[in-house]
Unconditional design. Structure first.
Length: 93
């Protein structure tokens, strides 16, 4: 994990900023996994640094959440529009 953290720092993945008054920092933890080849032998060790977002409190640490999700009809409409621009026909299944 130390190698992973050193790589994140070397790539300037984050910028340290002062913590606002009356706010708590979000914790983090290491997640480790052993990747195996198809024959069951060791391929490599994997390590990830993840944020403990589940420790946040609504109204204190954040106000609202939003997950952008496209409807299938919207995606199909955009594909048809793109194909019309390109000049290709499509046969829907």
């Amino acid at each position: 994990m130390q190698h992973k953290i050193a790589a994140l720092q070397a790539n300037h993945t984050w910028t340290l900023v002062p913590l606002p008054l009356h706010k708590r920092p979000i914790g983090c933890k290491g997640v480790y996994k052993i990747k195996l080849k198809l024959d069951g032998t060791l391929e490599r060790y994997k390590a990830r640094l993840v944020a403990k977002g589940y420790s946040q409190v609504e109204g204190v640490d954040y106000r609202e959440t939003f997950a952008p999700v496209a409807k299938l009809t919207t995606v199909r409409m955009l594909l048809v529009w793109l194909l019309c621009k390109v000049g290709t026909s499509i046969n829907w299944m």
